[in-house]
Design a protein around this ligand. Structure first.
Ligand code: 26W
Length: 818
């Protein structure tokens, strides 16, 4: 084995201290007496990165030597969160590091607090990808995560006069100590132009793609350690100008134009599109998708053929997972690489392709299903459009042979001919993959019976489910050390690598002493959050109150406004003096709205308006408070989950594919109030009906209601409480007397109410009464909380990854001897 000896990267307190001072001096040119907090953080990050790299290099050696089958995870989004704390846990050196720093009069927590995070994703999908990286690394699966190194990630959210304001996320501003640039790993990606078809001397049909521009992608690697394991890499591509293209002799005279071209090339990876579950059909977004997919596939082909392996065996070496349709142009790109560039015949190339890809669907929302117009796709990727047409014509031919009707064929075609012709990326992904999965039992069932129904009938064996999971080490061990220590004290450390062993906690659920300590931990976490809330919003809250929390992207289907309607009802009751049965509660919201999503932004404005009203009213604020925490991200999430008592998972049934926040809350001892949607169903199954606050219509009932002709106005007319709450929105009592501000929401609910809030309102309020009742019996509440944690073993992303390995990828871990 080459590389650093273990002695250079020792893990003792002394080793860490020495290395840290060395980094501070030789990397940053600082002495301890003259440093900024960022210097200290950077020096520590570099110290830990060395230790991560030493492990990681071993795993690459071993993956290569053992010629193991591996996984490439293609995701346009990642949300890794801060690396330092997680890596300290993974290397088992939290205490050593703390002590090393203490000897220098420095505080680890302050250094941890310095770290920002790569906001390279929107929400659930991006965070799931990062949870999967953690588990792939921990399980020792030969794997690599490919993505885009956006220079500006998801916008930073500020609240100004109650409204969301977006500012750019300059996450690279103070440097990124975790990444390693690989200038030698770069590929050229072509765009635009036209194709030329001809038959060559050997009578082989050939296609040349004559692009009108080329861009270079360079690899930036971040080691992802995994718990006590050797780690994998997340490889993100940055776009740059192709040297020869810009600074060729012809251009020398026009230096400024050449530089401009460089700037334009770099545009591709400039910024993440901040849309979640809503597509905008932007040219640049398609370019981003193709850019990272092409770089990644070229890289895999290089890795594969490097060791003399045959390209025709590509699918034996790699399983490629498509994280939603965002990378699905990969199906056409691999065909192009195999057929046009490596001269493999179409049929064989198609076999290889279909044995390589697997596709995960993350949403059923029609507005989130990606489509690219034929005209745009043909302009940016002319060769790929031809390939897609070819795939489609062969596929439709197959259907015709099977006797499919014209209607069915039109429904299943890769091309949507209704309106402007466009390519249905979910169809391309489905046809080009050997497996398709949803992300919870319910979602996978709906995927098969609705969105991809025809395909499931055609290829029943292709469809499967892998229920999501979360990186419990990050979301419990790192972010809730109090709870983690209490758990480990009782049942040992086994749960860190085998979450199911949490079930050993069951026997302590009624133990009064244990319950008291359980509550003490929660109170401590709530007290810490209380300080943070005051710092961020100026609002003082009382940690003895019930912390009732909804944090996630703001979307109508998630129904943040249902929670608000209930808070308004409480407010009105308190004003009426009817305060019996209300448990003192702090309602906490956080989440970003897509910048162009008006109603979502108005929901934020509503939350802040209700917060102002409630928090400033002496009569009311003793019983309830409302907080909107700005700029929800992974780092903030890690403060919030450990402090929550109640987790709000109240989407309209049938809309939330899985949810993963629901899992993070429950693993931190929050009880859930929720609908039978996404993974809530399975959480409830695991923790027991009696330990889950269920309300609302089922998916089938929702659909039934819609079929029968849902008339929300009827609920307004017939239900006194609903009328009062809705009228309050436009009464002028909110937002300094502005009666018009919330009219769009008011009308939306009265006229369409597409997510059936009004129909579910009574059931939700009734369930809240029950929540309050149980809260007033703290022993009962604590017992339920302990049982929730004890029964959440299923929801580790380690289990999800194991499922992917068994059901889809057919890959095995590689053992690494130190
Ligand atoms: C084209 C715009 C766009 C952008 C992002 C469309 C769709 C998306 C994602 C698929 C949205 C997303 O993050 N979906 C979430 O995925 C999580 C991980 O599987 C699930 O837990 C959430 O329920 C689902 O909403």
């Amino acid at each position: 084995s080459i590389g650093a000896g273990a002695s250079d990267v020792g893990l003792s307190k002394e080793d860490i201290k020495k290395a840290f001072l060395h980094k501070l001096f030789y990397h940053l040119g600082r002495v301890p007496a003259l440093t900024t907090p960022n210097d200290l953080y950077t020096a520590m990050a570099l110290t830990i990165r060395d230790r991560a790299l030493r492990k990681f290099v071993r795993s690459i050696e071993e993956f290569t030597q053992q010629d193991a089958r591996g996984v490439a995870y293609l995701s346009a989004e990642y949300l890794p969160g801060p690396h330092l704390g997680n890596n300290l846990l993974n290397l088992h050196i939290v205490e050593e590091t703390k002590e090393a720093l203490a000897e220098l009069d420095l505080d680890l927590d302050e250094i941890l607090d310095q770290e920002g995070e790569p906001g390279l994703g929107n929400g659930g999908l991006g965070r799931l990808a990062s949870c999967f990286m953690d588990s792939l690394a921990t399980l020792g699966i030969p794997s690599i995560g490919y993505g885009i190194r956006y220079e500006f990630g998801i916008f930073k959210q500020e609240i100004k006069e109650g409204w969301q304001m977006e500012t750019t996320d300059k996450w690279l501003h103070s440097g990124n100590p975790w990444e390693i640039v690989r200038p030698e790993i770069s590929y050229v990606v072509k765009f635009g132009g036209r194709t030329e078809h001809r038959t060559n001397g050997q009578n082989r049909y050939e296609v040349d793609w004559l692009p009108d521009s080329e861009i270079k992608g360079t690899a930036y690697d971040t080691p992802i350690l995994g718990y006590q394991s050797n780690g994998i890499i997340m490889r993100l591509w940055k776009a740059e100008a192709v040297e020869s293209f810009d600074f060729s002799v012809y251009n020398i005279g026009d230096y400024y134009r050449a530089v401009e071209k460089k700037l334009r090339s770099e545009n591709i990876t400039k910024v993440l599109y901040p849309n979640d579950e809503n597509l905008s059909g932007k040219e640049l977004r398609l370019k981003q998708q193709y850019f990272f997919v092409s770089c990644s596939l070229q890289d895999m082909i290089r890795l594969h053929t490097m060791q003399g392996r045959k390209l025709k065996k590509f699918h034996e070496k790699f399983a490629i997972q498509l994280n939603d349709t965002h990378p699905s142009i990969a199906v056409a790109e691999l065909m192009r690489l195999l057929v046009d560039e490596h001269e493999i015949e179409w049929d064989e190339a198609w076999d290889i392709t279909r044995q390589t890809f697997a596709y995960t669907n993350h949403t059923l929302l029609p507005e989130a299903l990606e489509k690219w117009t034929v005209s745009l796709l043909g302009r940016i990727l002319p060769r790929h459009l031809e390939i897609i047409y070819e795939i489609n014509s062969r596929f439709l031919e197959e259907l015709r042979d099977k006797g499919y009707s014209g209607d069915q064929i039109a429904r299943m075609s890769l091309i949507d001919e209704q309106g402007e012709p466009s390519v249905r990326m979910a169809h391309l992904a489905t046809v080009g993959s050997f497996k398709v999965n949803g992300v919870s039992e319910l979602h996978s069932r709906l995927l098969k019976s609705q969105v991809l129904n025809d395909f499931a009938d055609l290829w029943p064996g292709k469809f499967t489910n892998v229920t999501n999971g979360v990186a419990h080490r990050r979301f419990v061990a790192v972010s809730n050390p109090g709870l983690a220590n209490l758990i480990s004290e009782k049942i040992g450390f086994g749960w860190l690598t085998n979450l199911s062993s949490l079930s050993e906690l069951e026997k302590f659920a009624k133990d009064e002493k244990f319950q008291q300590r359980w509550r003490d931990v929660k109170l401590q976490n709530k007290t810490a959050l209380t300080r943070f809330i005051e710092e961020q919003t100026g609002v003082k809250v009382d940690p003895d109150m019930l912390f009732d929390v909804q944090v996630k992207r703001i979307h109508e289907y998630k129904r943040q406004h249902l929670m608000v309607l209930h808070i308004i009802d409480l407010y009105l009751r308190i004003k009426d003096g009817k305060t019996e049965n209300i448990a003192p509660s702090t309602f906490i919201f956080a989440g970003k709205a897509a910048p162009g999503y008006f109603l979502a932004k108005l929901i934020i404005r509503l939350i802040t308006a209700v917060a102002d009203l409630v928090n400033d009213d002496e009569e009311v604020n003793k019983l309830i408070k409302v907080v909107f925490l700005p700029n929800f991200n992974v780092k903030q999430a890690q403060r919030v989950y450990p402090a929550a008592d109640l987790s709000e998972q109240i989407s309209m049934a049938g809309k939330e594919a899985s949810g993963t926040g629901n899992m993070k809350f429950a693993l931190n001892g929050a009880l859930t109030i929720g609908t039978l949607d996404g993974a809530n169903v399975e959480i409830r199954e695991e923790v027991g009906d009696e330990n889950f606050f269920l309300f609302g219509q089922t998916t089938e009932e929702i659909q039934q209601t819609r079929r029968e002709g849902y008339r929300p106005y009827q609920y307004y007319e017939e239900n006194e409480k609903i009328k009062r709450v809705l009228d309050f929105l436009v009464s002028g009592e909110l937002a300094n007397g502005d009666k018009d501000l919330f009219k769009p929401l008011y009308h939306n609910l009265l006229q369409q109410d597409p997510y059936q809030l009004l129909k579910d309102f009574d059931s939700y309020c009734a369930k809240k009464e029950e929540v309050f009742k149980v809260w007033n019996d703290q022993e009962e509440w604590t017992k339920k909380s302990i049982l929730n944690v004890a029964r959440m073993g299923k929801f580790s992303s380690d289990r999800s990854i194991q499922d992917y390995c068994d059901r889809i990828w057919q890959v095995k871990p590689v053992k690494i001897q130190e």
